[in-house]
Design a protein around this ligand. Structure first.
Ligand SMILES: *Cc1c(COP(=O)(O)O)cnc(C)c1O
Length: 409
């Protein structure tokens, strides 16, 4: 399968030091594109070192919009609808707040319990500064594949904002973006999608779905590097109606007028706050360009083929050992990672990392996540990842590791 894979050639565009390392955590931190280090070094050694502050007008000032326009090509947005700024968490807060202010009618924010906790914390914090609103959390269970009906059933005339992760970080369940957006719009609510676990792993078509707002991170399937800044999307027609709660000068109409009156920039730039982190922002372009070159349709086709292969191997070798499948079985409802469940999941994860040269990750309470990044994950790695997991469980190699939770997993 690796020999017949049309995308196999992209693997060598990434830094891969240890061919024996089975890296299955590209959904948490993508591998480093070779060109990323070159871009950082140009920014540091050519621009910063030599051009100094003139780097701003020369190259840096328009970078958030230039990168946003490229990311737009991955998510079915128009070029002026996406900008790179801040972290996903901060962008999420800005847009959720803006949505509530624009929808004074409804009082409820609806999310689901499969959402990424940071988003839920941000909504809890939002209630502190937007009194009169309530948070409702739909009782979804991603692995069953039924979340669309559960969530849509909770949307009503009182709903101001619906916000969920497009792909759930534990189960890998993928929402039907068009159906949920339509259901929300029927009741006059806005929708904010978190694309962190979707972008770069599958085609997203925000425009076709009629989506209002979205956020997403760039260090997972976009391979932007640890802590690389995030992006946000606001549909062109909505931009003038929404205002960021953080009135920084980079979101001002003319920051270099240094006027003391805040007036938001007319377009997507109004959602910026302060000076962007250029050194980590420049690295994002390398991974985004690789994804654009490969094409999201081909990437998704390979991802589906690879997750199907992984699940077939699970059925043959892992299920008989008592490992469950915590992801939907239907590929149309699944993103690019697969979660396996085992009561000793954390200890198994530790054994894989420390003894077997496999890097998955672990998500409480029992999820061992195998993330597939089609630009560099090979079929051989999937086979090896399963064979080594099988060995850990069969030979009970995990028993020598403690079940104590490390600070970071
Ligand atoms: C990874 C991830 C984030 C990360 O947020 P940061 O602010 O970058 O830490 C947010 N939401 C989802 C759904 C994620 O998967």
């Amino acid at each position: 399968m690796d020999r017949e894979d049309a995308l196999a050639c992209f693997r060598e565009r990434f830094v891969i030091d240890d061919q024996d390392l089975i890296y299955l955590d590209g959904n948490s931190l993508g591998r480093q594109p070779k060109r990323a280090a070159d871009l950082v070094s140009v920014a540091a050694e050519q621009q910063w070192a030599k051009r100094l502050v003139t780097g701003w007008p020369d190259s840096w000032y328009t970078l958030p919009q230039r990168l946003g326009a490229k990311i737009a090509g991955l998510i079915g947005a128009r070029e002026d609808e996406v900008i790179v700024a801040d972290s996903t968490s901060v962008n999420f807060f800005k847009l959720a707040h803006a949505a509530l202010m624009a929808r004074p009618g409804g009082s409820a924010i609806l999310t689901d319990r499969d959402n990424f906790p940071s988003d839920v914390y941000l909504l809890q914090g939002l209630l502190e500064v937007a009194p009169g609103h309530r948070l409702r959390i739909a009782e979804t269970e991603g692995a069953t594949g039924e979340s669309n009906q559960v969530l849509a059933g909770k949307i009503n005339a009182d709903t101001a904002l619906v916000t969920v992760s497009h792909t759930a970080f534990k189960s890998g369940f993928v929402y039907d973006m068009t159906a949920i957006t339509e259901a929300a719009h029927r009741h006059g609510a806005l929708v904010l999608w978190d694309l962190s676990h979707s972008v770069g792993a599958m085609p997203v078509d925000l425009e076709a779905a009629g989506a209002d707002m979205a956020v997403g991170c760039t260090y997972k399937y976009l391979n932007g590097g640890p802590g690389s800044p995030a992006f946000l999307y606001v549909r062109r027609e909505l931009q003038a109606q929404l205002t960021s709660p953080i009135w920084g000068w980079f979101g001002q109409r003319a920051p270099f007028d240094f006027s003391l009156e805040y007036e938001p920039a007319p377009g997507i730039r109004r959602f910026m706050a302060g000076t962007p982190p250029i050194l980590s922002m420049v690295a994002i372009e390398a991974g985004v360009d690789l994804l654009l070159e490969a094409g999201m349709e081909r990437i998704r086709a390979k991802s589906v083929c690879q997750t199907e292969y992984l699940i077939a191997l699970w059925r043959e070798f892992l299920q008989p050992l008592g490992i469950s499948l915590n992801s939907p079985t239907e590929s149309a409802k699944r993103g690019s990672h697969v979660s396996f469940g085992h009561p000793d999941g954390l200890r198994i994860d530790k054994a894989l990392i420390e003894q077997m040269n496999v890097i998955p990750d672990f998500r409480f309470p029992d999820n061992i996540r195998y993330g597939i990044a089609p630009l560099y994950t090979t079929y051989r790695e999937i086979w090896e990842g399963v064979a080594r997991l099988k060995q850990v469980v069969e030979e009970k190699l995990y028993e020598r590791y403690s079940s104590e939770k490390p600070e970071v997993t």
